[in-house]
Design a binder for this molecule. Structure first.
Ligand SMILES: [Fe+2]
Ligand SMILES: [Fe+2]
Length: 230
């Protein structure tokens, strides 16, 4: 199950406009993940992993296209503005790609541990989303198809981690979990800091500015109109 309660998941996917926006957002993230995997394939010295990463990258590119096509289809059925506004909410995450990981800084084991956790989270979230999409069978079919791939990615990355980590799989997974947690905390802290900054600036505008405006008005009233010789 996703971390979000089912009624909230339902609410997030009930509105067709929000649904279209989320699908287009997912398309961008899947495409980013695919590019990272191509880079990972170029960097690894393990020929078997290289083939796996290239195949995985192709899957992610296909997912991006499927989400994009369905998102645009859905968007065309909505009356209102011509083009979709950028989706910024992260309340219902899709696949996280490699979570802003710098592929160049990772070795095969840390990368595989990250991929496994990311794919597991995506499979869990997509499974929760498809359950609330009974009213939109076409979008649900997209999730059905992609979910099968994400489950495969989850399994192959764990099998490969087993192969290359020489019995230290648990350690790598725990380290990857801790890093994902830290990144989530940083994202949350940045979000909270942005909200706080907006509140403080708004409060400053309404509390500090009026006295100065009043003083300026009073000073203006004391001034004689026109030019005066001193
Ligand atoms: Fe994907
Ligand atoms: Fe995936």
């Amino acid at each position: 199950m996703t971390a979000l309660p089912r009624p909230l998941v339902w609410l997030l996917w009930a509105n067709p406009r929000r649904r279209a926006r989320k699908l287009l957002q997912f398309a961008r993230v899947e495409a980013d993940g695919g590019r990272d995997l191509v880079r990972a394939a170029e960097l690894t010295g393990d020929p078997h992993l290289r083939r796996c990463f290239f195949a995985h990258a192709r899957d992610e590119a296909r997912h991006a296209e499927m989400f994009r096509i369905r998102g645009i289809e859905l968007w065309k059925t909505i009356e209102g503005p011509e083009s979709p506004s950028p989706a910024t909410d992260r309340i219902a995450p899709g696949e996280h790609g490699l979570d802003d990981l710098r592929v160049e800084d990772e070795d095969d084991r840390t990368l595989l541990a990250f991929i496994h956790l990311s794919e597991s989270a995506a499979a869990r979230d997509f499974s929760a989303y498809r359950k609330v999409l009974g009213h939109d069978p076409r979008t649900r079919a997209v999730f059905d198809r992609i979910l099968r791939d994400e489950e495969f990615h989850m399994r192959y990355s764990l099998a490969q981690l087993d192969r290359v980590s020489a019995g230290r799989r648990r350690r790598h997974l725990w380290m990857a979990r801790a890093r994902r947690l830290w990144k989530s905390y940083l994202r949350l802290a940045t979000g909270i800091a942005n909200v706080m900054a907006a509140i403080i600036l708004t409060a400053q505008y309404f509390i500090l500015l009026p006295p100065f405006a009043l003083l300026a008005k009073r000073a203006a009233r004391r001034e004689h109109p026109g030019w005066s010789a001193r």
